[in-house]
Design a protein around this ligand. Structure first.
Ligand SMILES: Nc1nc2c(c(=O)[nH]1)N[C@H]1C(S)=C(S)[C@@H](COP(=O)(O)OP(=O)(O)OC[C@H]3O[C@@H](n4cnc5c(=O)[nH]c(N)nc54)[C@H](O)[C@@H]3O)O[C@H]1N2
Ligand SMILES: Nc1nc2c(c(=O)[nH]1)N[C@H]1C(S)=C(S)[C@@H](COP(=O)(O)OP(=O)(O)OC[C@H]3O[C@@H](n4cnc5c(=O)[nH]c(N)nc54)[C@H](O)[C@@H]3O)O[C@H]1N2
Ligand code: SF4
Ligand SMILES: [Mo]
Length: 847
C-alpha cells in the first residue's frame, strides 16, 4: 500500500445506484475501492471526477430566512412555526415533506418518522416517485414485498442479458463494464437492448429491439404467450392475443430471434430502468417482465432473474425506511392493522398516520390549490425534475412556508423557498446507502463541515424538538438511528417478510463506523445476504394500454453520460461539461426537413415549451426526439425540458410518464447568435436563449441567441470590463467581434453573427491559457478564424482528456480496435464509458 492509500477514507460514490466503493484521499484524490463488491476498483467518469466537485463555490453555508442570513435557532424556529401554523389551519393533510434518494438512510428514516409518526401525515413522498415507484409497485404485486431478488454477479453469470429501457453504458457504467468484461471471457453470452433509441448501450448488443415508445407491455406479453406455446405452463387468462409486430413496430424476424433466445436460454437476466418505470403503464411493464421469469422459474438462481436497477445512490434505502406516501417503515404493511400498531408502539407515536399521503404529482397539485400550508423539500430540485414545471413553480410559489434543505445555494427550487437550511454534502456526511443489489455501504466523512452546514438527520431532529417531540428524536449520532431502523425490521410480522436487519440492530458505534459492505437480509439467525428466492411469487395480468397522450412527434427524455440530474455538482466540472456543453435535442434526419442542424429548435407541447440546439442523428427513431433532463434556470432557462413534459402518471404507482410527450418542433427564429467567453460566469440570462458552461479552469462559455436587437448594453454591463481592447463591427454582414485583454492576457471574447456558425470554441478557449496574446492571435481573433492548422476537436475520453483528433490519428497509425486505441492514447482505459464512441470512430475509418 502506498502512503496516499493508507490515508484514504473508504466511502461510497454519491451518484448512481451501482453504489461503487471509493477511496478518498485527504489530498482530494479519488479512486475505486478494489475491496468493494460493487466495483472492485472501477469508477466511471462521474465517480472519477468526484474530487473536483467538493469545492465550496456555490455552497449554501448558512441558514437563510426570507433571503437574509439567519442563525440556526432562528431558522429552525421559523420552520417549526410554519409547520405549527399549517397544522392548525389544515390539519395533518396540509403539511408535507418531499425528500430524495440522495439522502442517507439515517436522514431518510428520521424524515419518515417525523412525517408519519409525529406530524401524523402520509404526505411524505420522494423523488423516487419519479424513478422507482413503478418497480416498487411491480415487486409488491408480484412478491408481496419490494424485493430485488438478484445480485450483480448474476449479470456476469447470465447467458442472456436483456436491458429494457436502460442506457446502462451511460447510467450504470460500472455494471455495463462488468457485463462486457464477463462477455470477453464467455463470448457466447448475449446482450439484447430494448430501447426506441440506438444508445451507447447498443454498441455491444447482439440484438437491438427499437420498439415503439411505450409498447414494452406488448413485447413482454407477446413473449409470455410464446413461452406458453413453447410448453411453459401459463395460468388461465394470462396468454393475451396481441398483434405484437403492429403494436411494437418490430419486425417478425426480430421478435422470433428474441423469443427463441429467451425460450432456449436458462440463464437470463432482464434488467430494467426508466424506459420501463417512467411510463403510464410502468407497473404493468415491470410485471410483464417479472411474469416471463416466473413462468420459466428463472428467479433466485445464479445468472437469472428480473432486475430493476436503482437510479440514485440511496433509492433503495428510501424504500427500506418506507419514505413514500403509500408505504410504512421497514417494509411493514400499512394495510395490516397489527403491523401499524406495532410501529405505533415502537415509535410511541399515537398520531401515526393511518392514511396514505399524496404522491408527488398530486402533492404539487394540492399545493397549487392552496391545500399545503408547509412543505419541507430535502435533497431534490422539484422545480426542475418534476414534469409540467410551470405548474410545479406555481405550486412552490403558493406554499406559505417552503423549507429547503440543500447543499447548494442557487438551485431553481431555492428561488422559491423562504427557509434555506445548509446540509452537509458528500465527503462531509456520515451514514449508509443501499445499492441496487441490496448492499448497504457506509458513506464516511473525510472533509470538515463547511460553514454552518449540518447533517440532514440533525436538522430534522431539531425541528422535531421544537414541535415538542424531542425525546423521540434524541439520537446522539447516525449509528443510533441506524440501530433504530434495523430494530423496526424486527417488529411483529404475521406475514413472512424478507427484509430483515435484525442482525445489525445491536451494532456498536465502533461496529457501525467499521461496517463493511453488507448485503441484506441480515437476520439475527440464519443465512445472510445473497440471492433471494421470493417466498411469494404471483403472476399479474398486464393488459396492453397505449401511453396517456398520443400523436405527432414523441418527446423522450433521459440522461447524458457525464451529467448528474440538475447539474448542481457535475455542471461545475469543465471536463464533464465537454461531452455536452448545452442542451441538445436529437432528431432523426428524416424528420427534420424544415429544421437546420446546429440551429435552435422550439419543442412545444400542451404543457409548455423549451428551446434546444438541434442535432440530427439516425440513432433516434423516426417520429421521436430525445432531450436530456439536466438543464436548469441556472445554466439554460430555455433548455429546461420538463417545461414541456406531460404530468400524466401510472394509475398504480403514480409515477409520471416522463418518457412520452407529444410535441411539435419548429425552428426558433433567432436573428443573431453569439458566444461570450469570460473569466467568470455571467449567468444564463444574457439573451433570449442562453446556455452557460464552465469550459476550462477559470473560463466560462456563454452560448447565446436572440430574436430582437443584440443586447450590447446588457452584455457589456454583465461583463463589466469597459470598452474592448480589440473590436470589429461589420454592420453589413451583422458580424461583431471583440476581445478584452489585460496585460496581454485574455479576459473575455465575444463573437456575434447572423447565424450559428461561429469560430471553433476550443480554439478560443485555448487562447485563455496563453500568458500573452501575440499579434498573430490578435489578427486571428479579428478575422474570426484560426491562425493556422485545423480546429481542435472535442474531447471524447473525459477521464484522460483525449480528443477525437488524437484518437483518429491513432486509428490512422494502425490501432484496429478499442484496446489498441487505449494502448496508444489511454482513451477508454479509465471508466470505459467512451468505448462506444471509440468503436464508432473505428467503424468510420476506412478499412
Ligand atoms: N450519467 C448519469 N447516470 C445516471 C444518472 C444521471 O443523471 N446521469 N441518474 C441516475 C438515476 S437517478 C437513474 S433513475 C438512472 C436512469 O438510468 P436509465 O433509465 O438507463 O436512463 P434514462 O436515460 O433516463 O432512460 C433510459 C432509456 O429509456 C429509453 N426509453 C424511452 N422510452 C422508452 C420505452 O417506452 N421503452 C423502452 N424500453 N425504453 C424507453 C430512452 O431512450 C433511454 O435511452 O440513471 C442513474 N445514473
Ligand atoms: N424529463 C425527465 N425528468 C426527470 C427524469 C427523466 O428521466 N426525465 N428522471 C427523474 C428521476 S429518475 C430522478 S431520480 C429525478 C432527479 O431529480 P432531482 O432529485 O431534482 O435532481 P438532483 O439534481 O439530483 O437534486 C438533488 C439536490 O439535492 C442536493 N443534495 C445533494 N446531496 C444532498 C444531501 O446530502 N442533503 C441535502 N439536503 N441535499 C443534497 C443537491 O445539491 C441538489 O440540489 O429527476 C426526475 N426527472
Ligand atoms: S457507476 Fe459511476 S456514478 Fe455509479 S456509483 Fe459507480 S462510479 Fe458512481
Ligand atoms: Mo432516478
Amino acid at each position: 500500500m502506498d502512503g496516499s492509500l493508507l490515508a484514504a477514507t473508504r466511502t461510497t460514490c454519491p451518484y448512481c445506484g451501482v453504489g461503487c466503493g471509493v477511496l478518498a484521499g485527504a489530498d482530494g484524490s479519488v479512486r475505486g475501492d478494489p475491496a468493494h463488491p460493487a466495483n472492485q476498483g472501477r469508477l466511471c467518469s462521474k465517480g472519477a471526477a468526484l474530487g473536483e466537485t467538493t469545492g465550496l463555490e456555490g455552497r449554501l453555508l448558512h441558514p437563510m430566512v426570507d433571503g437574509k442570513r439567519a442563525s440556526w435557532d432562528a431558522a429552525l424556529d421559523a420552520a417549526a412555526e410554519g409547520f405549527r401554523r399549517a397544522l392548525a389551519q389544515h390539519g395533518p393533510e396540509g403539511v408535507a415533506l418531499y425528500v430524495s434518494g440522495q439522502l442517507l438512510t439515517e436522514d431518510y428514516y428520521a424524515a419518515n418518522k417525523l412525517a408519519k409518526g409525529f406530524l401524523g401525515t402520509g404526505n411524505i413522498d420522494s423523488n423516487s416517485r419519479l424513478c422507482m415507484a413503478s418497480a416498487v409497485a411491480g415487486h409488491r404485486r408480484a412478491f408481496g414485498e419490494d424485493l430485488v431478488p438478484g445480485v450483480y454477479a448474476d449479470l456476469e453469470q447470465a447467458d442472456l442479458v436483456i436491458l429494457v429501457g436502460s442506457n446502462l453504458a451511460w447510467c450504470h457504467p460500472v455494471l455495463h463494464q462488468r457485463i462486457l468484461a464477463a462477455r470477453a471471457i464467455r463470448p457466447q453470452m448475449r446482450l439484447v437492448v430494448v430501447d426506441p433509441r440506438r444508445t451507447a448501450s447498443c454498441e455491444a448488443a447482439d440484438l437491438h429491439l427499437a420498439l415503439r415508445p411505450g409498447s414494452d407491455v406488448a413485447l413482454f406479453a407477446g413473449l409470455l404467450a410464446h413461452l406458453g406455446r413453447a410448453g411453459f405452463a401459463l395460468p388461465e387468462g394470462l396468454g393475451q392475443v396481441l398483434d405484437v409486430p403492429a403494436l411494437t413496430g418490430l419486425a417478425p424476424a426480430q421478435l422470433a430471434t428474441f423469443h427463441h433466445w429467451f425460450t432456449t436460454t436458462e440463464r437470463v437476466v432482464t434488467l430494467w430502468s426508466q424506459g420501463t418505470n417512467q411510463s403510464s403503464s410502468g407497473t404493468d411493464k415491470a410485471n410483464a417482465i417479472i411474469n416471463c421469469h416466473l413462468v420459466t422459474g428463472r428467479i433466485g438462481r445464479p445468472g437469472m432473474g428480473p432486475f430493476s436497477v436503482t437510479g440514485q445512490p440511496n433509492a433503495m434505502g428510501g424504500r427500506e425506511v418506507g419514505a413514500l406516501a403509500n408505504m410504512l417503515a421497514g417494509h411493514l404493511d400499512a394495510e395490516r392493522p397489527e403491523e401499524v400498531a406495532a410501529l405505533r408502539d415502537f415509535w410511541q407515536a399515537p398520531n401515526l398516520a393511518l392514511k396514505p399521503g399524496l404522491k408527488a404529482v398530486d402533492l404539487f397539485r394540492a399545493a397549487e390549490e392552496g391545500r399545503i400550508g408547509a412543505m419541507w423539500v430535502m435533497a431534490t430540485n422539484p422545480a426542475v425534475s418534476l414534469p409540467d414545471s410551470a405548474q410545479v413553480r406555481r405550486a412552490l410559489a403558493r406554499i406559505p412556508t417552503l423549507i429547503l434543505s440543500d447543499c447548494h445555494a442557487g438551485s431553481d427550487t431555492a428561488q422559491h423557498a423562504q427557509i434555506l437550511l445548509p446540509a452537509l454534502g458528500w465527503g462531509e456526511k456520515d451514514g449508509t446507502v443501499t445499492n441496487s443489489e441490496r448492499v448497504i455501504s457506509r458513506q464516511r466523512g473525510f472533509l470538515p463541515a463547511p460553514g454552518e452546514a449540518r447533517a440532514d438527520w440533525w436538522i430534522i431532529a431539531q425541528v422535531a424538538r421544537r414541535l415538542g417531540w424531542g425525546a423521540h428524536f434524541a439520537w446522539p449520532n447516525a449509528a443510533a438511528i441506524f440501530r433504530e431502523h434495523a430494530a423496526v425490521t424486527e417488529l411483529a410480522r404475521p406475514a413472512p417478510r424478507v427484509f430483515d436487519l435484525g442482525g445489525l440492530a445491536d451494532l456498536s458505534d465502533a461496529g457501525y463506523d467499521a461496517l463493511p459492505p453488507t448485503q441484506w437480509p441480515v437476520p439475527r439467525q440464519g443465512p445472510r445476504g445473497g440471492r433471494i428466492t421470493p417466498p411469494v411469487q404471483r403472476l399479474v395480468v398486464t393488459p396492453f394500454r397505449r401511453p396517456a397522450h398520443q400523436g405527432g412527434m414523441i418527446l423522450l427524455t433521459g440522461r447524458l453520460r457525464d451529467q448528474w440530474h440538475t447539474m448542481t455538482r457535475t455542471g461545475r466540472v469543465p471536463r464533464l461539461m465537454q461531452h455536452a456543453h448545452e442542451p441538445v435535442l436529437t432528431v432523426n434526419p428524416a424528420d427534420a426537413a424544415d429544421l437546420a442542424e446546429g440551429g435552435l429548435v422550439r419543442v412545444a407541447s400542451a404543457w409548455g415549451e423549451a428551446v434546444l440546439r438541434l442535432a440530427l442523428d439516425a440513432a433516434t427513431p423516426r417520429g421521436a426526439c430525445f432531450a436530456p433532463m439536466h438543464w436548469t434556470d441556472q445554466l439554460s432557462p430555455c433548455g429546461r425540458i420538463n417545461a414541456a413534459v406531460t404530468p400524466a402518471t401510472d394509475p398504480v404507482s403514480g409515477q409520471p410518464e416522463l418518457k412520452h410527450t407529444p410535441v411539435t418542433l419548429t425552428p426558433f427564429a433567432a436573428t443573431w447568435h453569439g458566444v461570450l467567453l469570460a473569466r467568470r460566469p455571467l449567468g444564463a440570462a444574457l439573451a433570449d436563449w442562453c446556455a452557460l458552461a464552465p469550459a476550462a479552469e477559470g473560463v466560462f462559455r456563454h452560448e447565446m441567441a436572440g430574436q430582437d436587437a443584440i443586447p450590447f448594453a446588457r452584455l457589456a454591463e454583465a461583463l463589466g470590463e469597459g470598452p474592448p481592447t480589440i473590436a470589429l463591427h461589420a454592420e453589413a454582414t451583422g458580424e461583431h467581434r471583440a476581445a478584452w485583454l489585460r496585460d496581454g492576457h485574455l479576459i473575455a471574447v465575444l463573437f456575434l453573427g447572423p447565424n450559428h456558425v461561429l469560430p471553433p470554441r476550443e480554439w478560443l478557449i485555448s487562447l485563455f491559457a496563453e500568458a500573452r496574446i501575440g499579434s498573430a492571435a490578435r489578427h486571428a481573433l479579428l478575422a474570426g478564424m484560426l491562425p493556422d492548422g485545423p480546429p481542435p476537436s472535442p474531447t471524447l475520453c473525459a477521464c484522460h482528456g483525449v480528443s477525437a483528433t488524437t484518437i483518429r490519428a491513432a486509428i490512422e497509425a494502425g490501432a484496429g480496435d478499442v484496446a489498441a486505441i487505449g494502448a496508444a492514447t489511454c482513451a477508454g482505459t479509465g471508466c470505459g464509458s467512451c468505448k462506444p464512441e471509440l468503436a464508432a470512430l473505428l467503424a468510420l475509418a476506412p478499412a
